[in-house]
Structure formats: structure tokens, C-alpha cells
Design a protein around this ligand. Structure first.
Ligand code: CA
Length: 236
């Protein structure tokens, strides 16, 4: 089943190539050549997914992403966004994620990579997948994780997590007690093509502990297994 995808990209050759590949996958594709008209188009008719360039005329991708995530229309606010950018600085990557983009690709990327990410995001957000994926939330100690709605709560209180924090925690919580190496976690939560430092994992574990542990210095939820990696403390 095809989805409706909006491409916001000012370089005609790149936009055309992405559109061609997604149409071949059976999707209905609309394009916008600047941020403002892209945002207008998304507001008029929220697509199932947005592919968003960062360096754009009239309104840049950061601003577009922020406007969508702050939109008063729930349907628009929840649209999955893949940010693509020519910039490679680590800071931009983080900013992109902070803004609520669901995924991130740095140019040049392969069309195969893009269609794979698109598929994964659409699968995750499709209503059918949500039902079969996870009817009951995962539990560890006082933490509940709802894969379905990508929500985490602690003693009944919602804890806002960034997308990668969520993916990392979800990965750990799906196999309580199992020790994951940092390489493994990086592959699972960031994707095998993510070129990053293993410390990225440590940093995100630290953030998770600050948000989820009673005493982040003496973690009782996410355990460090020295020289190996991390695991969720098993209830047994
Ligand atoms: Ca551009």
C-alpha cells in the first residue's frame, strides 16, 4: 500500500531522484522547493511522511521541523520526518534530533538507504503495525514503555525522551537481563550505517539514567556491565 510522502528539497535533481525512487515503491509523492511552501503543503494535507532538507530558501529545515512539531493539529504533529542535509557537523545531527525529526540522513546518501528508512518509519507509524506490534507495554521496575505510542512513564508519570533515548531504552527493555554491547546498541538504536563514537551510547545511557533513575549515580534500572556493555536489571 502506497503512502503520501512530501519531499521538501530545493535542489531539483535531488528532489526528482528521491521522488522517482519513492514513486517506484508505490507512494504518492508531492514536492516543495522551499521551506515555507513545504510547510503550507503539509498543513493543507498532512502527508504520511516528510523528507526534509535543512538548507532551504525562505524557511530552513530546522524551522519547518519545529513548526510541524509545534502544530496544533495532532495529525500534522505526528507525521514522521526524515531530515536530510549536506552538513555533516555532529551538532547539526543532534539539533535535528532535538527538534523531533525521526531519522536523519547526511548527503550523499544512497536511494536504497533512503527507501529502507522510509519503509521502516512508515511501518512504525502505520495504524495496523501499531496494533500488532505491542499491545502491552514493556515493564522494568517502575518504568513502563509503550512501543506502540513511543511513550515512557515512571510510576504513572510520563517521561519525555528523545527519539534515540527511546530507541535505546526500547532495545534494552525488550530483553531484560540480556547484556548488550555498545556496538550492538549503536547498531540497533542508531542503525548500522550510523558513523558514530561508542561514547554516543554512554552519553545516552547517562541521559536515560538522569531521567529514569532514583539515584542516577547508583543506577538500579540500567546496569553497566564492566568491559561489556549495558543491560536492564532483570526482575528475578
Ligand atoms: Ca538544500
Amino acid at each position: 500500500m502506497g503512502s503520501r510522502i512530501l519531499i521538501i528539497e530545493d535542489e531539483p535533481a535531488i528532489a526528482a531522484s528521491i521522488a522517482y525512487n519513492l514513486r517506484r515503491e508505490g507512494h504518492a509523492v508531492a514536492t516543495a522547493a522551499d521551506g515555507l511552501s513545504g510547510l503550507d503543503s503539509a498543513r493543507r494535507e498532512p502527508p504520511d511522511l516528510i523528507i526534509l532538507d535543512i538548507m532551504l530558501p525562505r524557511m530552513d529545515g530546522f524551522e519547518v521541523c519545529r513548526s510541524i512539531r509545534e502544530s496544533s493539529a495532532l495529525e500534522l504533529r505526528q507525521v514522521p520526518i526524515i531530515v536530510v542535509t549536506a552538513r555533516t557537523a555532529e551538532g547539526d545531527r543532534v539539533v535535528g534530533l532535538d527538534l523531533g525529526a525521526d531519522d536523519y540522513l547526511v548527503k550523499p546518501f544512497s536511494m536504497r538507504e533512503l527507501t529502507a528508512r522510509t519503509k521502516a518509519l512508515l511501518r512504525r507509524s502505520s495504524p495496523g503495525a501499531r496494533k500488532s506490534d505491542a499491545a502491552t507495554p514493556l515493564a522494568a521496575g517502575s518504568i513502563l514503555l509503550d512501543l506502540d505510542n513511543r511513550r515512557v512513564s515512571r510510576r504513572g508519570r510520563a517521561i519525555p525522551l528523545k527519539p534515540r533515548e527511546f530507541d535505546l531504552l526500547a532495545c534494552l527493555m525488550q530483553a531484560p537481563g540480556r547484556v548488550f554491547s555498545r556496538e550492538d546498541l549503536l547498531d540497533r538504536a542508531w542503525g548500522t550505517d550510523f558513523v558514530g563514537d561508542l561514547r554516543t551510547v554512554d552519553v545516552h545511557v547517562r541521559w536515560l539514567r538522569e531521567k529514569l533513575e532514583d539515584d542516577p549515580a547508583k543506577p538500579s534500572l540500567i546496569e553497566t556491565v564492566r568491559g561489556v556493555g549495558y543491560r536492564i536489571r532483570s526482575e528475578r
